[in-house]
Design a protein around this ligand. Sequence first.
Ligand SMILES: CC(C)(COP(=O)(O)OP(=O)(O)OC[C@H]1O[C@@H](n2cnc3c(N)ncnc32)[C@H](O)[C@@H]1OP(=O)(O)O)[C@@H](O)C(=O)NCCC(=O)NCCS
Length: 175
Amino acid sequence: MSLVIREMTLDEVDLVIDYFHGSTPEHLETLGVDPTRLPTPTDWRAWYVAEYGKPARERSTLLVIWELDGGAVGFSTADKIVYGKQAHMHLHIVDPQRRRSGIGSTCVRETAELYFNALALRLLFCEPNAFNVAPNRTLQSVGFRYVKTYKTVPGPLNYHQSVTRWVLEDRRSRD
Ligand SMILES: CC(C)(COP(=O)(O)OP(=O)(O)OC[C@H]1O[C@@H](n2cnc3c(N)ncnc32)[C@H](O)[C@@H]1OP(=O)(O)O)[C@@H](O)C(=O)NCCC(=O)NCCS
């Protein structure tokens, strides 16, 4: 089994767009995503084109692809980026059949290191829906520290909901 975790190229962003637009209402509910807030695929792609055209330090998102034996199995995105300080991450294995087999924890661990290096982070946050067991368990298992559970609108695709805030500090703080 060979896992590759690397920055996503612009021509691969349909993985993200197709995942959300192809998800069932039930899965979007688990994620805390409001389907009416998804940009159209055309608008979403155009937004990524604009983002990828910006200098790295000025971009508001960073996308990471997860490949297993040469095929894309998942992705992570970072947003709320304050370069040199902090960011928020999201984590998704696209094929439900591949979940809960140990891939996610390995990918999240390596993706976190990629974000720390690429964005010179001190803190990396993740705020899954509080009732979504898989990411909450995964974050805990890879060393994220529980901060709090609270109600918020975590992002532009989400509705008002209870989330769990987890944080990972940079390696210097962890060693
Ligand atoms: C979240 C996600 C990336 C985790 O990846 P994964 O490959 O399923 O996770 P792993 O198999 O590495 O499991 C990691 C830990 O979580 C636990 N876990 C994973 N899925 C679980 C589930 N559905 N119920 C209970 N525990 C679960 C595992 O038992 C393991 O715990 P352990 O280390 O104590 O043994 C994946 O489940 C996923 O894509 N889910 C749908 C998208 C999603 O909810 N994203 C979160 C948005 S913030």
